[in-house]
Design a protein around this ligand. Sequence first.
Ligand SMILES: Nc1ncnc2c1ncn2[C@@H]1O[C@H](COP(=O)(O)OP(=O)(O)O)[C@@H](O)[C@H]1O
Ligand SMILES: [Mg+2]
Length: 257
Amino acid sequence: MSEILLRAQGLGVTYASARGEVKALEGLDAVLHQGEFLSVLGPSGCGKSTLLKIAAGLLNPSAGRITLAGKPISGPRPDVGIVFQQPTLLPWQSTLDNVLLPIRTLRRDRVRGRARALELLQLVGLETFANHYPGELSGGMQQRVGIARGLVHDPTLLLMDEPFAALDAMTREHMMLELQRIWMAAGKSIVFITHSIPEAVFLSDRIVVLSARPGRTIRDLAIDLPRPRTVATMGEARFNAICNDLRSLFTELVHFD
Ligand SMILES: Nc1ncnc2c1ncn2[C@@H]1O[C@H](COP(=O)(O)OP(=O)(O)O)[C@@H](O)[C@H]1O
Ligand SMILES: [Mg+2]
């Protein structure tokens, strides 16, 4: 097994809100190996987005520790790309300028950045919308802009929070295949957050299943289906057996909530 890139040990997060304290994560352990595609699967509200924000250096845990390449994470990093659950686009900037945001903040080469941004817009099927504003795009289109923005600076670690949840079924299938292609070609490490079992099984080398809130790891499952996986993979008996196994676990979790 390759080197460990991300390691979470005993992670806990307690939010203080007007309604009192909310324990989002408690005693969560997980690792991501170099080059691995890891999905984090769990019921709604179990702390998945909280975990992603910690990995992105946007939130400090209340307990435990998290390291990237052996060093504690102390803030956002240029070699990490983030795709948020909500597209979070700047409404006064064009699609292209939104995609270029990491290039500007990291002061990367603008000519190369622009070429890459246009390539990514083509990849997500939005090449003719480069000059449109977010208000002129559907929710699914905005989300695809967010995906292009997460990739534009060619990060080695990609953190994705339910990136395909707002997409229609056909676009989602297309994006799953594309993400696998990008991952296989570029040797990236990916943490992919989802509540979709087939999405997690299709994409992942490994799936970490979280309990209902407060989230902690209750299953760590290797998915050894051969790659590249194709649309036909989703019809295969092994694929469906893995999905069913996870589904029964999920049913117990939801009752638990
Ligand atoms: N900023 C916050 N303040 C208070 N509670 C929060 C905050 N963010 C999330 N929570 C609560 O923490 C729990 C986990 O949230 P989240 O990480 O968004 O879960 P998930 O992404 O798995 O749906 C939820 O109960 C949510 O309401
Ligand atoms: Mg979430």
